[in-house]
Design a protein around this ligand. Structure first.
Ligand SMILES: Cc1ncc(COP(=O)(O)O)c(C=O)c1O
Length: 372
């Protein structure tokens, strides 16, 4: 639990070795000047003192407007990670079981353990990385308190469809289970479609907490502005927990995100277009170089099937060799598992400038061609 995350380890190695970092998920493109400008103005013209505990009314209103919910259902947090922590600490009691779906974001398991919960793991199945409802149902016991979902999923980029979400809703209703849905990648579905949320599914609406992140929406990962959205009674409990974790979240950045969310669909479409381009560039480069890239609807990542690319299905070894020998950082997908990991896939971040991606592809192609 005290282990350093793979993202930190790989970014550290990239810095030390001067490698191109396609490991950790952060963009190296121009940061949105409209939103940066709003933050600069907010620092000078607005308050730098404590905002209300649940967030600035302007930001809560903007988030509520985006999702078609009431502002009373929105709690602004210090990144999605704090929303996850607040929800898990609010809902999970010692001895409760929490179903987590692998591959999973690395914060879930330590947070469940910290709440005294016991994680039960189910797996998405490659290559489509789909969730098997029967497997999920089998993992439910009379101690199950919470199911944690992540859609679109990091690292695989898959989105849960209506039938699956409704199936989860039926199970959750039948067994009296809460659902925590990590939807931080919601704005990154590159065909422009809006992925379904737990907020859209009637059977899940009253028993779910949805988590979002401005860091992902605006490509400003260091801002750490997120939110939890839930029906009023649940929101109350999440707020009570948030109150004694960070209490509030930096005021000027909340102003800036509220302004950013009002930028309008044309702005968001143009912002998304950068990632459509970066993904296409990385995927076509890798494919031409003989790598097998799995389909992926959203996030800033693609996954490479190592065996289908003519490489050994040993993702950790490959990630180490790639960063040291080819000078490209990646993340082994097995790092997103606590047990029975899939070892045959590497995650690469495409949210980079064209020249960075071209250079990375050249290095990866050379590594593959000369692989022994
Ligand atoms: C699935 C998932 N959840 C949560 C987060 C964290 O979001 P934030 O930086 O807003 O805390 C990330 C960041 O990569 C993520 O991939």
């Amino acid at each position: 639990m005290s282990q350093t995350t793979i993202f930190e380890v790989m970014s550290g190695l990239c810095r030390e070795l001067g490698a191109i970092n396609l490991g950790q998920g952060f963009p190296d493109m121009e940061e949105p000047p409209e939103v940066i400008g709003a933050a600069q103005r907010a620092l000078v013209e607005r308050s730098n003192q404590y905002p209300p505990m649940r967030g600035l009314p302007e930001l809560r209103g903007a988030v509520a407007g985006m999702y078609g919910v009431s502002a009373a259902e929105v709690i602004v947090t210090s990144g999605a990670t704090e929303a996850l922590a607040s929800a898990i600490l609010a809902l999970v009691r010692p001895g409760d079981e929490v179903i987590c779906v692998q591959p999973l974001y690395d914060a879930y398991l330590p947070l469940v353990a910290r709440a005294g919960g016991v994680a039960r793991l189910v797996n998405l199945r490659p290559p489509a990385w789909s969730l098997d409802l029967d497997e999920l149902a089998e993992a439910i016991t009379d101690k199950t308190r919470l199911i944690i979902l992540n859609t679109p999923n990091n690292p695989t980029g898959t989105v849960l469809d209506r039938a699956t979400l409704e199936g989860i809703g039926a199970l959750a209703q039948r067994h009296g289970i809460y659902v925590l849905s990590d939807e931080v990648w919601e704005a990154t579905v590159l065909d422009g479609s809006k992925p379904l949320s737990v907020l859209d599914i009637p059977s899940l609406r009253e028993r779910s907490v949805k988590v979002g992140s401005a860091g992902k929406i605006f490509s400003l990962t260091g801002w750490k502005i997120g939110w939890a959205v839930a029906a009023p009674e649940l929101a109350e409990r999440v707020a009570a927990s948030h109150q004694f974790i960070t209490f509030t979240t930096p005021t000027p950045l909340q102003w800036a995100v509220a302004e950013g969310l009002a930028l309008g669909e044309a702005w968001f479409a143009a912002h998304r277009a950068r990632y459509v381009e970066s993904k296409a560039r990385l995927v076509s480069g890798l494919t031409q170089a003989g790598f097998c890239v799995l389909p992926c609807a959203g996030t800033w990542f693609v996954t490479v099937d190592l065996a289908a690319s003519g490489l050994p299905a040993q993702d950790e070894l490959l990630a180490q060799r790639l960063v040291r020998e080819a000078g490209v950082g990646s993340i082994p997908v097995s790092a997103f598992y606590a047990d029975r990991p899939e070892r045959g896939y590497l995650r690469l971040c495409h949210a980079k400038r064209g020249e960075t991606l071209d250079q990375a592809v050249e290095r990866l192609a050379g590594f593959r061609a000369g692989f022994v």
